[in-house]
Design a protein around this ligand. Structure first.
Ligand SMILES: [Zn+2]
Length: 422
C-alpha cells in the first residue's frame, strides 16, 4: 500500500462541508465506543450494524449524510481501538497508569492498557472514504465528494501523478485537515519493489542525542542543524501563545502559527529522515537497530530530545518501509546493555552517560562509546538471526501508513501561491 497526497483547493463553504464530514466521522467512532461500553456492540459486525442505526436515527440527522462506507470505515477505527485494548489486556502491556497504587486495583484496567478513549475536537483530524462517496475527474486533477454533505469539486494540488494507477487500485481516500489546509490522501494498492545489488556490508546503528546515529564503523551522522533552528522558533511561538487571552482571536491566530511551525518541522524532518533511511538500506545487506520503545521515548519533557526522538521514530518507520522495497532485513534488538558491554570480549564495563569512550579493563579494547554500542547491536542482531526464533516484533505502529509524498510535499506552484497570499 502506498499513499499519495494532494492539497485540496476549494471555497470556504466547501471547507465547512469537509469539517462537517470530519465531525460526523468522529461522531460515528465515538458513538460506537459508547455503545461498546454499554454492551450494545460486541463484535465488528455489531459495529457495522450500529452504523445503520445511527444513520437512520432521527436524533442524528447528520449521521446519514456521510457516505455509508465512510461510516463503516469509522466503525472500523472504533473497533480497532477496542481490539487493541483487548490485545493489550491479553499481553498484559501496561499503558499509562496514575500511580503505582492504582495498579492492579482498577477492575477494568481503565487507567492502564489503553482503554479506548473518546476523540475530542482537534484541528488535525480526518474522514475516510472507501471506494464510494468520491469521484476523480477524467484528468485526475479534480476530486468530487459526492455524499450527503455535497462538498463538491476540489482542485488537487501536488506533483504526484495519479494517472500511473488504475482507479480500482485506489482503495481509500482520506480527507485530512491540518493547520495549513485540507489534503486528500489516496491509499493505493501497490507493492513497490526495487532491485538492489549485494554490497557485502552489514550495519548496526546506535542512536544518541549528540549524533543522530553512530554505526559500527564509527561513522557518525549529525543531527541536522534545522532541527535546532526550528526548535528555537517553536519555543518562541509557544511563549507567544501562552501570553494570549483564552478564547481570544489572537489566541486562535497564535495557535495556528504554532501548528504551522510544527507542520513545517515535521515535514522537513520527515524528508531528511526518509532520504537517510533509503541511503542506509541501499548500501547495506542487513541493518540492525535498537528496539526502543516509543512510549518511553515520548515521556521526557525536554524539547530538544523529543524532537530528535520523533525524528528517530520516523527514521525507523522509513527503514522498515525501504526494507520491504529493497529486500533488506531490518532487525530490532533489545537495547539493554548495548552501551555497557564490551563488544570485543563481552564483559560488562559500567559507564555513566558522560563517559564518551569505552575502555575495557579486561581486554584493553578502546573505542568510541557509541561505536562500541553499534557493534553490540549488530552482533546481537546476527545472533538473533542465527537462532531464527527471536525476530523481535517491531514496535512501530502501522496505523498510519507512510506517505510517500513527503519527498515532494508541496509543488512549487502551491508554494509560490501561498507566499503571495500572505
Ligand atoms: Zn573487553
Amino acid at each position: 500500500m502506498i499513499v499519495y497526497e494532494s492539497k485540496l483547493e476549494g471555497t470556504k463553504n466547501q471547507y465547512e462541508q469537509l469539517d462537517q464530514a470530519i465531525r460526523t466521522g468522529r461522531f460515528v467512532r465515538n458513538s460506537i465506543i459508547r455503545a461498546w461500553m454499554d454492551n450494545q456492540v460486541k463484535s465488528r459486525n455489531d459495529a457495522y450494524k450500529h452504523c445503520a442505526v445511527l444513520a437512520n436515527s432521527p436524533q442524528f440527522p447528520w449521521a446519514g449524510l456521510l457516505n455509508s462506507q465512510a461510516r463503516q470505515a469509522h466503525a472500523e477505527r472504533a473497533w480497532a481501538a477496542v481490539e487493541r485494548f483487548y490485545r493489550n489486556c491479553k499481553a498484559k502491556i501496561k499503558g499509562k497508569k496514575r500511580s503505582a497504587r492504582s495498579e492492579g486495583t482498577s477492575e477494568l484496567g481503565r487507567t492502564k492498557q489503553g482503554f479506548p478513549k473518546f476523540q475530542k475536537y482537534q484541528v488535525r483530524a480526518s474522514v475516510e472514504y472507501k471506494v464510494s462517496g468520491w469521484k476523480l475527474s477524467e484528468c485526475r486533477r479534480y476530486l468530487n465528494l459526492t455524499d450527503g454533505f455535497k462538498a463538491g469539486t476540489f482542485k488537487l494540488w501536488g506533483t504526484r501523478n495519479l494517472h500511473y494507477y488504475q482507479l480500482r487500485q485506489i482503495k481509500r481516500v482520506r480527507i485530512v485537515r491540518r493547520h495549513d489546509g485540507y489534503y486528500a490522501q489516496f491509499l493505493i494498492d501497490y507493492k513497490r519493489e526495487e532491485k538492489k545489488e549485494l554490497t557485502g556490508k552489514q550495519i548496526g546503528l546506535d542512536v544518541g542525542l549528540n549524533h543522530f546515529y553512530t554505526d559500527n564503523f564509527g561513522n557518525k551522522i549529525d543531527n541536522p542543524r534545522f532541527l535546532r533552528k526550528d526548535e528555537k522558533k517553536i519555543k518562541k511561538l509557544q511563549r507567544r501563545l501562552s501570553k494570549t487571552e483564552p478564547k481570544s482571536n489572537n489566541r486562535k491566530k497564535a495557535r495556528n502559527k504554532l501548528g504551522r511551525a510544527y507542520l513545517k518541522v515535521s515535514r522537513r524532518r520527515n524528508d531528511w529522515v526518509c532520504k537517510l533511511a533509503q541511503r542506509v538500506i541501499q548500501s547495506n545487506d542487513l541493518v540492525a537497530i535498537e528496539n526502543l520503545k516509543v512510549r518511553n521515548l515520548i515521556k521526557n519533557h525536554c524539547l530538544a530530545k523529543s524532537i530528535s526522538d520523533a525524528a528517530w521514530y520516523r527514521f525507523r518507520e522509513w527503514l522498515e518501509y525501504f526494507s520491504g522495497v529493497y529486500g533488506v532485513p531490518v532487525i530490532a534488538v533489545n537495547p539493554s546493555y548495548t552501551s555497557q558491554n564490551c563488544s570485543n570480549c563481552g564483559h560488562k564495563v559500567v559507564k555513566t552517560l558522560s563517559t564518551r569512550t569505552h575502555k575495557c579493563p579486561h581486554c584493553n579494547y578502546v573505542a568510541d562509546r557509541d561505536e562500541n554500542a553499534a557493534i553490540n547491536i549488530l552482533k546481537s542482531a546476527l545472533k538473533e538471526l542465527s537462532t531464527t526464533v527471536g525476530r523481535t516484533e517491531c514496535e512501530v505502529s502501522r496505523e498510519i501508513p507512510l506517505c510517500l509524498n513527503v519527498e515532494t510535499q508541496v509543488s512549487k506552484g502551491t508554494r509560490r501561491k501561498r507566499k503571495s497570499s500572505q
